[in-house]
Ligand binder design. Structure first.
Ligand SMILES: Nc1ncnc2c1ncn2[C@@H]1O[C@H](COP(=O)(O)OP(=O)(O)OP(=O)(O)O)[C@@H](O)[C@H]1O
Length: 324
């Protein structure tokens, strides 16, 4: 059975009579990469600050590495590395010196700090820039140094708040790859707060969707799609030479097909309970239509996110019914 490393039970924080975090119950397993996804003001930072013991919950319980952050914040701080979105380094010190300084604050001996700092700077790809002043680092280099900085105390959990903010696309890919690699190699649990769906989808094992202080749904992308869209469903998109009424009717009659829609001059979308690509292509050719392309689209996190936050294709009552 998976070992729980973070457990929140009805965690609540109220500011000025308004809940910023509202009865949040959530468990995160050791070694997991968990994404906190939600719009501005959803309660992500407030949750993170309570986990770190920086603010007191109004009610509820929380345990981080088996420790209550509310009563033992210092013990939690030793075991959790936090990378804020606006990280600051001493600009006149080199990357290496900055890491040694953080190590000294964590009571790590000078020799051990040098060994860890060198190894980490290599791991995050900054070995050539380790003796350069951080004032001359790019945003991406600072974020990589930030990762090395949180790792120097060898934490069990790292919490990253918008780690890719302000980094170019290539830098983002490198940083995400690095986070996943560290998670695998060092078995570190990662909690990542972000607005960026594609980034979250790329590296997180599970995602929690936050709105107005409430956790609306949690799970991997497939589980979220199932919770939101009801039955497991796939959409097979086909491009044919000519769309005829008889072809649409034949597709509609197939067992497992729940909907057929003409989306463009030559495209049809077939919604089915599972991926029915082979039987759909067979039906098209049996109907003497030319098949130009066929592909199965799974529900992605962006589609899920739009349904939660924009409610374009689903009304509030349906949404509540499906996520309850
Ligand atoms: N110190 C505070 N005093 C009063 N209200 C606060 C305080 N801190 C946060 N809030 C409110 O709590 C709610 C949740 O804020 P929080 O910063 O946790 O959201 P967030 O999801 O982290 O947003 P962002 O993505 O913008 O950082 C917001 O409505 C915010 O205005």
């Amino acid at each position: 059975m998976s070992e729980k490393i973070i457990s929140l039970d009805k965690l609540t924080k109220i500011y000025d009579d308004q809940p910023a975090v509202d009865r949040l119950s959530l468990s995160i397993n050791k070694g997991e990469v968990f994404g906190l996804l939600g719009p501005n003001g959803a309660g992500k930072s407030t949750t993170i600050f309570m986990l770190l013991g920086l603010i007191q919950p109004t009610s509820g319980n929380l345990q981080v590495c088996g420790i209550d952050s509310t009563t033992n914040p210092i013990d939690v701080k030793r075991r959790v590395g936090y990378l804020p979105d606006d990280l600051g380094f001493y600009q006149n010190m080199t990357g290496f010196e900055n890491l040694l300084y953080t190590a000294s604050l964590n009571a790590i001996s000078r020799d051990e700090a040098k060994r860890r700092a060198k190894q980490l700077l290599e791991q995050v790809g900054l070995e050539d820039a380790m003796h350069k002043k951080t004032g001359k680092y790019s945003r991406g280099m600072k974020q990589r140094l930030g990762l090395a900085d949180v790792l120097i105390k060898e934490p069990e959990i790292i919490i990253l708040d918008e780690p890719t903010l302000g980094i170019d696309p290539k830098g983002v890919q490198e940083l995400l790859k690095l986070i996943k690699q560290l998670n695998k190699e060092k078995d570190i649990t990662v909690l990542l707060s972000s607005h960026h769906l594609h980034q979250v989808q790329q590296i997180c094992d599970r995602v929690g969707i936050f709105v107005d202080g409430k956790l609306l749904a949690k799970g991997n992308v497939n589980e979220l799609a199932q919770q939101l869209f009801g039955v497991r469903s796939s959409v097979v998109q086909v491009e044919v030479g000519e769309i005829t009424e008889s072809l649409l009717a034949r597709l509609n009659q197939l067992d497992g097909v729940t909907g057929v829609e003409k989306v463009d001059g030559s495209f049809i979308e077939v919604t089915c309970q599972e991926n029915m690509t082979p039987v759909i292509s067979e039906t098209i050719t049996q109907n003497n239509a030319r098949l130009y392309s066929i592909r199965c689209k799974d529900h992605g996190l962006d589609e899920i996110y739009h349904l939660y936050f924009e409610g374009r294709e689903i009304d509030e009552n349906t949404k509540k019914a499906k996520i309850s």
